[in-house]
Each structure stands twice: as C-alpha cells, then as structure tokens.
Design a protein around this ligand. Structure first.
Ligand code: BGC
Length: 368
C-alpha cells in the first residue's frame, strides 16, 4: 500500500499547516536557523536552513503508524559541532577526491584534505555547513521547498561561482523528490547528493542489519585502503556486494572480504546498471521486515554510495535521546562515482559555463 492512503490524511490534519517554519537555533554569530515542515500524502519532512539538513522524515508503517526514519540530532549545536553529515546536502563534490587534488583544463586545484589523505564531501566547510535561502511552494498537489545558494569562486578550493537551486518536493503520494540544478561561470566539478541516514524501523530503534536491500547494479567500484576507487568496475557476482536480489544487510557486512575490511563494512559506490539517465530510473529497494516500511529510490545518477553506518561509534546522541552505534543507520547517496575528476574512464563531473547541472532523485514509501 502506498503511503498517502489509509490513515495518512488524519495524521496530516493533526500535523497542522504546511509548509510552515519555526526557529530551530542560532549559529555562534547569532544568525537564526529555521526549521521548515512540509507534509503531504502521509509523509512529513523537516528541513533546516543550515546545510539543507533533513532533520526528520516521517512515514507510516504497515499499521499506519508514523515514525521518523531519518537519523539526526535534536539541537543545532550538535549539527554544527559533531555531525557526520546527518541529513545534509553535500557538495561541491560528494564523496572523495584523492589527495584533495585534481587538474582541469591544465590548472591543478588543491582542496582541503579532511579524510585521511583525501578530501571528503566538499572539504571541511562544505555545503552541509552553509546557510541556504529557503522558500516554500505549493504547486498543484505538490508541496515543497526551494533551497538556493551561490558557492563563491574559490570556496573550499573549487573554481567558479556555482549558483545552485535544490528543490525538495513532497508529492500527494507522499514521495520525496530532490531536484538539483547548478550553473557556473568557470569550468568546475560538481557532484551533489543528500546524506540522509535511514533506519526504516524508526530513528533510535537500533540496528539496520535486518533491513534488506536490492540494488540494480551488476558492478561496483572497488577502493584502496583510503576508500579511493582503484578505477576498476568489478562484478558483484560471488561477492558481498551482490544485492541484485533483496539481501539482508547484516549478513553482507560480516563477509571476510578485503573490500569489506577496508571500509569496516560496506561503504562503496555501486555502478547502477541504468547509467546516467535523463529522468529518474529505478536504483534500489530498501525494506524493513519488522515495520513493513519499504523505500524505493529512482535517480538520474549513474552511481549509488551505500554506506552501512560503519563509523557510528556510540558517541552521538540522536534526536530521540539514544546513542547511535555502528550500523544503527545507513546512507544511500545517489551520485557520480567517487574521485571522478581523477578517473578518465568514469562519467564526467565537469560543469562548464553555459551548461546546466541537473540531477534528480525520487524516494517512494510504502508498507507491506
Ligand atoms: C562516506 C563514509 C563517511 C560518511 C561520513 C559517507 O558518504 O562514504 O566513508 O564516513 O559519509 O559520515
């Protein structure tokens, strides 16, 4: 059953006006950070103007009971001080760039290195730590938010003023769609994604190991010990990366395979069979047998980083007051492949003046 039917409208009445916004906290310099709430079709999405962070995402289970399936914090200070990118918009380059360095049109650019020897998720002050202008909209039966920002030339070492628009839409069927758009005034590299930590049983309910995942990918990009792709596109057959049929995650993260050891679990980019597409095409199904919640993702992107929450270490207190331990949440980041600026055989992440970067990812929710 799709969310958006059954009990959903009652929940929405209780949830109140949408879109609406409230003060969430202040940054150290006094700047206000707001939290926007959008509800539609039985789904409720809460987004911060800081980092475009999805602070909460509520969807019904098979009994029609809603729970927040997105892990994160209850306070702004935690997002500023200690967040492992919970719920955030990621850029200018999602995932890793080897040694934080790449060459474009003969010029070499050095980015801040913030993950061992590499640059991760756009550097130490990426888009996840920036304020986004946020404007609500209602269009037909859709509701949502348009987040916009200009990343100045040279920010975190990247060339070109990058003018961005990211649209979060909730449809009348309770689907969550993200549309990214960007233009630049100098050649640059762009790879935007969303870093939501999912637990379909509900935030704070423990491990995701019993979730099953199906990924429409025959290949993945193996990595070195610093999680930079070797350049090979390896087959998943006979490896713990084989999710071509719905497979329990907890089993795969324990397979003694060198790639699993490198990442302390799964933290890899799958090469989606569909490749780059003009409209969102099927990528995966994530399901939680206990609650019955099922999420499907469709994307225009050629890759999907599946991170099994390996580095959650029991030190961060989640929004409902419990500590997050290893594997208490997982990320599914639609994207171009890691380190593409240094890998000629990977689909290009270069954006030039006159071109428009476009990327769309759709999440659908159901319960069975
Ligand atoms: C990466 C992980 C990293 C995490 C940060 C993921 O996108 O693949 O290696 O630890 O982000 O929280």
């Amino acid at each position: 059953m799709l969310s958006g039917t059954g009990d959903a409208p009652q929940a929405e009445m209780a949830w109140g006006a949408s879109p609406s916004n409230e003060l969430f906290g202040h940054l150290a310099d006094g700047t206000e950070v707001h939290r926007w709430t959008v509800t539609n079709g039985g789904t409720r999405l809460r987004v911060l103007t800081y980092g475009g962070i999805v602070q909460s995402l509520e969807v019904p289970d098979r009994q029609g009971r809603t729970a927040n399936i997105s892990c994160g914090f209850g306070s702004l200070d935690d997002y500023v001080d200690t967040s492992p990118y919970f719920g955030a918009l990621i850029g200018r380059y999602g995932n890793r760039i080897a040694k934080g360095r790449f060459t474009l049109d003969g010029t070499t650019y050095q980015l801040p290195v913030n993950d061992g020897p590499n640059s991760l998720h756009g550097g130490d002050k990426g888009f996840d730590k920036q304020l986004w202008k946020t404007v609500p909209f209602t269009r037909g039966s859709d509701q949502g938010l348009v987040l916009s920002r200009v990343s100045p030339d040279g920010e975190m070492g990247f060339p070109g003023n990058l003018t961005m628009k990211v649209t979060y839409t909730l449809t009348a069927r309770g689907e969550w769609r993200i549309d990214y758009e960007a233009v630049t005034d100098k050649a640059t590299v762009v790879n935007l994604t969303s870093h939501t930590y999912f637990n379909l049983a509900g935030e704070g309910s423990g491990t995701i190991e019993n979730h099953t995942l199906e990924l429409a990918a025959d290949r993945y990009t193996p990595v070195d010990s610093t999680l930079i792709p070797t350049g090979e596109l390896a087959g998943v057959a006979g490896t713990p990366f084989d999710f071509r049929h719905a497979t329990r995650i907890g089993t795969q993260v324990r397979v003694p395979h060198q790639q699993v050891v490198h990442a302390k679990g799964l933290d890899h980019n799958w090469v989606l069979d569909k490749g780059v597409t003009a409209t969102p095409d099927y990528a995966l199904t994530l399901a939680d047998p206990a609650s019955g919640r099922v999420m499907k993702m469709y994307t225009t992107e050629p890759g999907m980083q599946f991170y099994s929450g390996n580095f959650l270490d029991g030190t961060l207190e989640g929004s409902s007051g419990g500590l997050y331990r290893q594997g208490d949440a997982l990320c599914l980041e639609s994207q171009h492949f890691p380190d593409s600026p240094n890998q000629r055989s990977f689909p290009s992440t270069v954006l030039r003046p006159g071109q428009t970067y476009r990327s769309t990812t759709l999440h659908t929710f159901a319960a069975r």
